[in-house]
Design a binder for this molecule. Sequence first.
Ligand code: NAP
Length: 314
Amino acid sequence: MGTLGVLMTFPMLPYLEEELAKRFNLFRLWQSPTTKQEFLRQNSHSIRAVVTSSRVGAGSDMIEGLPKLEIVSTFSVGFDSIDLRKCRERGIRVTNTPDVLTDDVADLAIGLILSTLRRICVLDRYVRSGFWKTGHSELASKFSGKSVGIVGLGRIGSAIAKRAEAFSCPISYFSRSEKPNSKYKYYPSIIELAANSQVLVIACSLTEETRHIVNREVIEALGPKGVLVNIGRGPIVDEPELVSALLEGRLGGAGLDVFDNEPEPPKQLFGLDNVVLLPHIGSETHETCKVMADLVIRNLEAHVLNKPLLTPVV
Ligand code: NAP
């Protein structure tokens, strides 16, 4: 396997880096002594695989600059930052890490709902600042029994629904088609879903169709008591509209793991107590990252051995 030149685009996980280095001829893009473009140019004929993640992806420039590229293996389930069209044109295979991270992302969605409604982060700051002795905290909002709307009833969306059911929440969803075996209520319009939900959770993939699917009208439909949770991708939400709705009190609150311009979420949100902000860590647990790394490696090994890929996208 040592002959497969593998480009790692940034340091995702030490374990993954070590295991890749044991098996393949590993190129670390972030350690390039020259510019990244120059590094790619110098090694373009040795690199046959790219290991990346949703943060960096594999755009058309990178793919065009690697004439020997055979496979892109992403350390993520989302592949919105990989130029799939170009990969298909060139016959480059693409793999991702579905299923193994579903539980973690769904757990985090519930964590964001609870911390936003029950003001967990605000009250943690309240205790640390010593305010408990003198002040009174405002009442929070109950989660159990609230209506939960899910945008995208896929692997993660379904796992969130299952968890929310345990909180006695009525569940409904929006996606491109009604799921014939689902017991949840289907809305063919995201605005209708938002109008009938107290908590709206974004769990769909980012595509040209879903970009800004959560727009001003959807936010207005969710309303001043509604809470938006986004564990999908930042650009699914029209972020300037979200920020102004929160600043003007037209939306009740938001729990956000993803943003338009990561790692720079809108600073206007920093002073708001009804907002919980996380640095895109949906799948980031020791347990899950190890399994994701193993899946990346097993896909590359299968490719080298000319065996079927475990989790192919293309
Ligand atoms: P999945 O099983 O493929 O589910 C994707 C869902 O998106 C499907 O239910 C699909 O429903 C829906 N969808 C696609 N296009 C749509 C459209 N135009 N309108 C409405 N719904 C649409 O993927 P998954 O494993 O659940 O992952 C979902 C996403 O979560 C990933 O793509 C990724 O962006 C995000 N994610 C985030 C983190 C994090 O760290 N925050 C971690 C992992 C994943 P239909 O096919 O029925 O339309």
